[in-house]
Every structure is written in C-alpha cells, then in structure tokens.
Design a protein around this ligand. Structure first.
Ligand SMILES: NC(=O)c1ccc[n+]([C@@H]2O[C@H](COP(=O)([O-])OP(=O)(O)OC[C@H]3O[C@@H](n4cnc5c(N)ncnc54)[C@H](O)[C@@H]3O)[C@@H](O)[C@H]2O)c1
Length: 395
C-alpha cells in the first residue's frame, strides 16, 4: 500500500479521532485539526490509552503503538493541512458550516486532493454545492467506533468525478475496511434500511403487543446481537431520534419513516440511554441493565397475554418484513448493489445475515404476504410493499 499520501482529519471528536487512528494505523501521516485545540489534545490522550490497551492485549507491539501515535500531528491552523492528498471532515453536522469549511480548504489544498465528508445525514452533493471543483468531493461514511466497525459507505455526489469512488474503495480496502458504494440519498444504506428495526419495534410496543424486554428477546432469538431498545439506548435516544426525524423529513414525510412519540418523550425527559443512566432501561454505573426497568408506553398498554412463542414469532416476522422491504426498496431505487446492501447491514450494524439473502429462506412471496396483511389490517401506507419485492414474489 502506498502510504506516502498525507491524510488530514478535521474535527477531533468521536468520529474524527477514530478516523485519524485508522489512517495512522494504516501507515499514513495524519494531521488532525479542530477549532477547539483542547479537542485535539483530548483525542491524542485518548488514542494513547487505546494503543496502550492494544499493546497490553498483545494486538500491537510497543513500537507499532508508538509509530501510530507519532504519525498523528496536531494542527493549529487550517493552512497546516496543505500537502494533504485526502481530507476527511468530521465536524458538526451543519450544512452551512461544512460548506464554508470546504470552500476554505479549496484555497489551501492542491487541485488533485480529495475532499471527503463523514456526514451521516446531509447530502454530499449539497455540501459540494459551493465548491469551484465539486468533482473531487465524496462521502466517506465511517461507523462508530471507526477503528472497530469495518464498514465505510463511499458516496459519490452528483458532480463527483467517476474515478474517485473506485479510488476511495481501494484505499478503504487497503485500510482494512469494508467499503460499499452507495447513491447520495437520505440515510445512504445503513441509516435508511435499519429504520424499521427501531421504528417497528416501538410501534409494536405502543400497540401493547409486547413489552420492551420481550421485543428485545425476540429479535435476539433470531441472531441480532442486541434488541432494538437495548441498541437505541446504546446509540443514544437523542441521536437515534434525530436520525429518524432527518430521514423522515428528507423523504418528504414518507409515513414509512415516521418518528414516534415514545422516542420523542424519551429525549424530552432526558432518558437518553446508557450515557444518561436511563433510557428505555435503567443502568447501573457499569452500564449493566437493572432488572425490570423498561418504561411504560404513553398509552400505558399492558403487554399482550398471548402465547409467548407466538408473540415472539409475530414480533420477528413484523420487524423482519419491514427491514426486508427496506432492503428491496433500496435495491429498487439503485441506492447500491444487492451485495453491497447486504454487506452494509452485516458489517455496519452487525446484522446476523444480509436482509436480501435472509428473505430467500422463506421466499419473497412470504414477506409480501406479511406486508400485505399489515397494510390491509392498518390501512396505512407505512406498510406498502416495495415494487421490487412484489415483482420477486410474483416472478
Ligand atoms: N457519532 C456518530 O455515531 C457518527 C457516525 C457517523 C458519522 N457521524 C458524523 O461525523 C461528524 C462528526 O460527528 P461526531 O459524533 O464525531 O461529533 P463530535 O461532536 O464528537 O465532534 C465534532 C468535532 O468537530 C469540531 N468542530 C466543529 N466545528 C468545526 C469547524 N468548523 N472546524 C473544525 N472543527 C470543528 C468540534 O470542536 C468537535 O470536536 C458529523 O457529521 C456526524 O454526522 C457521526
């Protein structure tokens, strides 16, 4: 791998510090810039601790750890980024601020430098909108924690040069990552396709079909490492609610992505999840769930008294049908290839199987039946099956 290219990372928060580590671990010299110098200092102290732990566990030698740390240089001025061949921006999620930053960078970097954004919810095309040369802008969407999660969504914008996505794909592979290429559409692959894992789980809860631990247990019984409520508490209910709202708005209020009051009330009451000690569950100081602490729904509906095995099967069928429908719809709209859609969900959010491959176990006709049944029962567009799922089921 050619590691002679200098990489600049802008924003030394959760994502930027992790991305800097990944680039330095791959052998690149990295310059790390943040408007708050203390954020860079904190990131470097954090990195030292992480590397020490990796040495203790025998995953790195002391020399390797030292090499990684020494390859990251703090920058106190944007001008210090001159000479970088790739800039990865991981600053605040604000279109205006990101556009201003990239416009400034154009005057500092060489004409062939690639400008990448780690945005989760903004359009890459919009961020590139103010540039003189939008053809060198691309999305490189890492997942949190960046050093551990292999997936990177490579997102060319409307104006991006065709050579950039293959170049970035090769680079991410060289960094030991699993890149997938996707269209510049809201939520890219993962944040779009995963929505029903949370939304449908909340809906099932709000209807009083089951309580949260039952829903979590049902999903774990088919191989998900965490249940939807446990995972929302880990992600942070504020972050998850913002993503839900952003995707819903970006799809022009498509009812499929409609947020819920349950989630909104969690945020309003400061029940943000593990980080605040309380979310859908209550946590002790070590982050373990305290028994019997999931909150009641707004309607106060009691859990269904049906047969537990049947309730569990119903929960799984409903959430899985909605997830599979999203995967088919993303494929229908050519957001990414079938292979990349399945890869994204297994490598970005640890799903036990790719959703399109999973759908084949019972066949597309089965999942279409589940969705048609839900749509007939509720009369809501939320459950409309993707045209591609219908085609597969009938074909
Ligand atoms: N946190 C996640 O799970 C996650 C995952 C994928 C992508 N993202 C995206 O990554 C980006 C960063 O998210 P984060 O969670 O690391 O945020 P964060 O708040 O942890 O860090 C952002 C950093 O950017 C700095 N900053 C703000 N404005 C700046 C500017 N104009 N120039 C330089 N530095 C500036 C801040 O001082 C802060 O240190 C966002 O676009 C977010 O959507 C976040």
């Amino acid at each position: 791998m050619d590691t002679s290219m200098k990489v600049a990372v802008i924003g030394a928060g959760t994502m930027g510090s992790g991305i800097a580590q990944v680039a330095a671990q791959a052998g690149h010299k990295v310059v790390l810039f943040d408007t708050r110098r203390e954020a860079v200092d904190k990131a470097l102290v954090g990195l030292r601790k992480t590397l020490d732990k990796l040495v203790e566990k025998g995953k790195l030698t002391a020399e390797q750890a030292e090499g990684i740390h020494s390859r990251i240089t703090p920058a106190s001025d944007l001008k210090d980024l001159a000479g970088s061949g790739l800039v990865i921006e991981a600053i605040i999620e604000d279109l205006g601020i990101k556009k201003k930053l990239f416009a400034e960078l154009e005057g500092i970097l060489a004409a062939d430098a690639v400008l990448a954004t780690n945005t989760s919810s903004l359009s890459v095309t919009a961020i590139a909108g103010g540039l003189m040369h939008p053809e060198r802008m691309v999305g490189l969407h890492f997942f949190n924690p960046a050093p551990l999660l292999p997936l990177v969504e490579v997102v060319p914008g409307l104006a991006t040069d065709e050579a950039i996505a293959p170049r970035m794909t090769a680079l991410m592979q060289a960094w030991g990552k699993t890149p997938v290429v996707c269209k510049d559409t809201p939520g890219f692959i993962v944040n779009r396709v995963a929505r029903p894992f949370y939304g449908e789980a909340i809906r099932i809860y709000e209807e009083g079909i089951a309580d949260m631990p039952t829903i979590d247990a049902a999903m774990k019984s088919v191989g998900f490492k965490m249940g939807p409520f446990e995972l929302m508490d880990l992600i942070g209910n504020d972050i998850n609610f913002t993503v839900t709202k952003t995707v819903w708005e970006a799809f022009f209020y498509d009812p499929r992505y409609k947020p819920s009051f349950t989630q909104q009330r969690q945020v309003e009451s400061g029940r943000l999840g593990r980080k605040s000690g309380r979310g859908y569950y209550q946590y002790d100081t070590s982050g373990a769930i305290l028994p019997q602490t999931s909150v009641r729904s707004l309607a106060g509906s009691p859990p269904s008294s049906g047969d537990p095995a049947e309730v569990s099967a119903q929960i799984v069928e409903r959430i899985l049908a909605m997830l599979i429908n999203e995967a088919y719809d993303a494929l229908f709209w050519q957001v990414a290839s079938a292979n990349d859609i399945d890869l994204a969900m297994t490598k970005g959010v640890n799903y036990p199987k790719g959703l399109l491959a999973w759908s084949e176990e019972k066949g597309a006709a089965h999942w279409l039946d589940v969705l048609d049944g839900l749509q007939a029962r509720y009369g809501e567009d939320r459950y409309r099956p993707s045209l591609l799922l219908r085609h597969r089921a009938n074909g």
